[in-house]
Design a protein around this ligand. Sequence first.
Ligand SMILES: Nc1ncnc2c1ncn2[C@@H]1O[C@H](COP(=O)(O)OP(=O)(O)OP(=O)(O)O)[C@@H](O)[C@H]1O
Ligand code: SF4
Ligand SMILES: [Mg+2]
Length: 390
Amino acid sequence: MTTPENEGRKDTPDTMVGTVPGDGPVLPDAKRNPSIATRERRDTAYTPSGETPYLVVQDLTVQFPTADGLVSAVNGLSYAVPLGRTLAIVGESGSGKSVSSMAVMGLHDRKRTKISGSIQLGGDEIVGMPENELMKVRGDAVAMVFQDPQSSLHPLYTVGNQISEAYRVHHKVSKDVAKKRALEMLDLVGIPNPIRRFKQYPHEFSGGMRQRAMIAMGLVNDPKLVIADEPTTALDVTVQAQILDLLNNLQKEFGSAIVLITHDLGVVAEMADDVLVMYAGRCVEYGTAEDVLARPRMPYTWGLLESIPTVSAASEKLRPIKGLPPSLLSLPGGCSFNPRCPYTDRVKGERCTTDLPELLPVDGAGAHTSRCHLHDKASIYEAEVAPRLG
Ligand SMILES: Nc1ncnc2c1ncn2[C@@H]1O[C@H](COP(=O)(O)OP(=O)(O)OP(=O)(O)O)[C@@H](O)[C@H]1O
Ligand code: SF4
Ligand SMILES: [Mg+2]
């Protein structure tokens, strides 16, 4: 598709290589989303671990028509998450993390958003699903935990009331049964004295308690997928650790798939099974957490890793990525990262500024993929980047 942003650029859809053992490749249901059938596709449902996915996002593009032009907030994004596994989506502000996840929840205003590609949840296609069906999916199969629980909890209803109503929306039960369930959830997320807390309003809870209450509300219907968008950013470090532990434990209890959106690579290392790095609306690196964190193969990921404090690297050694992410209305030609990339002179000719790199397996095969023209990514990383990371 030609837009004001990509005009004149060689643009290729993400190429996700890999299959799901046992079931074979899970292809999108072309009947539900005919636009998929007409495109030549090489991508298949794919998880770095090879497990059968519950959530399958394929070639997702989300665009907002604005007075200044078409904003392509997400471009050709593909990933998949099995039950019981956590995918972390990382990237700087504005890279499309929230917009892509809101598409999974079907939360975009249909009139103001152009969405293409496929999002399958347990085999059901979300893209184009009627609103009444989507409402059933939200809160039932999928729950979202936001950064700011204040914006999701209604200030005029008690916390207990909101959790029990969230349960009653999806279950035909009496108020008493729903209350019992809400009390169980408050207890499960570690809120002391649930009976007293049930009757309180959100402003009577501390920030950490509100976040727990929101998690209780999100999980009250045993969702198979939890999307946690910066769930701990507003909290102090101790409470952050408690909330992350809680998510981890709940995942063990419910066996849910988790998509965790975060800026914090420390949180990624702690929580994620798989990692997807986004830059300017595209996936630039994807693989298991071990591959992406210990053997990253993309200069942007190197930049992210070099710009965070670690136990071994003193803060004076930190090297922030120079410059700012590009405007989505006027992306640079070729690789979107090229104006900020210190390695462009290692690529022959002008490819970094003329050709958009495809997302390809880093070793010519396998589940770890990255989007970069460099030929010798592994040796550059080992010789130059890894020593700086300490
Ligand atoms: N409704 C909208 N209309 C136009 N542009 C939008 C709209 N919603 C989001 N965007 C743009 O889409 C881009 C991606 O936004 P998104 O919220 O996904 O970023 P993010 O990666 O979640 O960033 P952060 O880490 O700051 O939360 C941003 O440039 C944002 O300005
Ligand atoms: S393709 Fe070029 S600009 Fe992009 S990350 Fe690789 S070396 Fe840097
Ligand atoms: Mg966001």
